[in-house]
Design a protein around this ligand. Structure first.
Ligand SMILES: *Cc1c(COP(=O)(O)O)cnc(C)c1O
Length: 363
C-alpha cells in the first residue's frame, strides 16, 4: 500500500490494484520474458482487448505501443502529413504539439485561445487541403477541455482531413465516437494510474492508408516506429522493438479492473468528485475558478487560481500524506492543479477538501 495520495496531474496516484499486479508480475517473471515469446503475444492481446472494451474502440482500429505520448505526436505528423496540419492551441501541451509540426518543417496553422479559455471552433480558419487537425481534448496545463461535440463538428466540416485527439489526461472519462476521429493517443501515468514510460497509440484504417500512400510516393516516414512496421508487428501481437513489457501487462490488468468496477461507475464517480472539488473552489477563500466557461472546464484536471502556492499548501498537506499539483509554467505559484483520476477515491477527495478548508484559516 502506498503511504501518500498524489493529487498531482501526472505522474499521479497509482491505481489501487497496481502494487498487487506488480508483485504478481515479478513472481511470474513478466519483466524478463522475450518480447517475441508466445507469453508476450498473449499479454499484448489481453491488454489491447481489455482497452478496446473499456473505451468502446470500434473494429478497424489498431493499438500500438510507444515510449511516450510525446513520441506519438511526432509519429503522427511524420507518418501522415507532408505539407500542413492545423492545431487548437490554448496551453503548454497543445502548443508543444503545434511546435512539433513547425519543427518538422510543416506548414502549421493554428487557432489560439488565451490560457484558461476554450475555443469557438467557428473561428478556426482551416484551409482546404489541410491534412491533419490536432485537438488536445484535455489541456493539462490549464484544465480546459475540448468538448467532443466540437470534434464531431470539425469532422463534419472537414471530412477529408485526418483528426488526431490527445486524450493523455482524460481517457477513459470522455465517451468518444471513434468513428469520428482517426487517431488518439495517451500515456499511462495520468488517468490510468500507472508508472510512466508507455505511450498508447490508437490508429484507424484512414491513418494506415495515408501512411502507406506516403511510402508509395517515396516520402520518408521512418525509420523509428513508422505505422507500416508497427502494424505488421501488431497483427502478430508484437512491437518492432523491445517494449515496456511490464507496463503493457499492468495496463491490461488495470483495464480489466476498471471493467470489473464498470466504466460507467468510474465516469459517474469522476463527475461526483469533480462537482465536490468545483463546489469547494467556488466558495473557497483561497481558491477561485480559473476556467470561466463550465462547458470548457476539465473534469479530470481541476485548475484553480490560488492565493497560496501549491508548495505552501503541500507543506501542510504533507503531514496528512497528501499532495496537489502546482500551476504549470509561469502559473506555478498563482494556480494549483488537482487531478481527478480513477485512482482517486471519493473518500480521499473528501479528505483533501476538508484539509484544504482547514488551510483557509491560514490564508
Ligand atoms: C502529459 C501530457 C503529454 C505528454 O505525455 P508524456 O507521456 O510525457 O509524453 C501530452 N499531452 C498532454 C495533454 C499531457 O497531459
Amino acid at each position: 500500500m502506498s503511504s501518500k495520495t498524489f493529487f498531482t496531474p501526472g505522474p499521479s496516484q497509482l491505481y489501487p490494484t497496481v502494487s498487487q499486479h506488480i508483485q504478481q508480475a515479478l513472481e511470474d517473471d513478466i519483466a524478463s520474458i522475450s518480447h517475441r515469446s508466445q507469453l508476450f503475444k498473449d499479454i499484448y492481446k489481453e491488454t489491447t482487448d481489455a482497452l478496446k472494451e473499456l473505451i468502446g474502440l470500434p473494429e478497424g482500429y489498431h493499438i500500438f505501443f510507444t515510449g511516450s505520448a510525446t513520441e506519438i505526436w511526432e509519429r503522427i505528423l511524420r507518418n501522415t502529413v507532408t505539407s500542413s496540419s492545423f492545431h487548437f492551441v490554448n496551453g503548454s501541451f497543445s502548443k508543444r504539439f503545434y511546435e512539433y509540426s513547425v519543427m518538422s518543417g510543416l506548414s502549421a496553422g493554428k487557432l489560439e485561445a488565451p490560457f484558461s479559455h476554450g475555443f469557438d471552433i467557428n473561428e478556426a480558419q482551416i484551409t482546404a487541403g489541410t491534412e491533419l487537425i490536432c485537438v488536445t481534448q484535455n489541456e493539462t496545463s490549464s484544465g480546459v477541455q475540448f468538448p467532443v461535440e466540437d470534434i464531431y463538428s470539425l469532422r463534419a466540416a472537414h471530412p477529408d482531413a485526418l483528426i488526431a485527439v490527445d486524450v493523455v489526461s482524460s481517457l477513459p472519462q470522455p465517451v468518444i465516437d471513434y468513428n469520428q476521429v482517426d487517431t488518439a493517443l495517451f500515456s499511462v501515468q495520468k488517468c490510468f494510474g500507472l508508472p510512466a514510460g508507455l505511450g498508447v497509440w490508437l490508429v484507424n484504417e484512414r491513418m494506415i492508408n495515408k501512411a502507406n500512400s506516403l511510402v508509395q510516393q517515396g516520402v520518408n516516414i521512418g525509420p523509428h516506429h513508422d505505422i507500416p512496421e508497427l502494424l505488421k508487428r501488431e497483427l502478430d501481437n508484437q512491437t518492432p522493438s523491445t517494449p515496456n513489457i511490464l507496463s503493457i501487462y499492468l495496463l491490461g490488468k488495470v483495464c480489466q479492473d476498471m471493467l470489473k468496477k464498470g466504466v460507467d461507475v468510474i465516469r459517474q464517480e469522476t463527475m461526483t468528485k469533480f462537482e465536490m472539488i468545483n463546489d469547494f473552489v467556488k466558495q473557497s477563500d483561497i481558491f477561485d475558478i480559473s476556467v470561466e466557461n463550465p462547458a470548457h472546464r476539465s473534469e479530470t484536471v481541476i485548475v484553480a487560481n490560488s492565493k497560496l502556492s501549491a508548495g505552501a499548501i503541500n507543506e501542510k498537506l504533507a503531514a496528512h500524506q497528501m499532495a496537489i499539483g502546482a500551476g504549470y509554467g509561469k502559473y506555478k505559484s498563482s494556480q494549483v492543479r488537482i487531478a481527478n483520476f480513477p485512482a482517486h477515491s471519493v473518500e480521499a477527495t473528501e479528505k483533501l477538501i476538508e484539509l484544504l478548508k482547514y488551510q483557509e484559516s491560514y490564508a
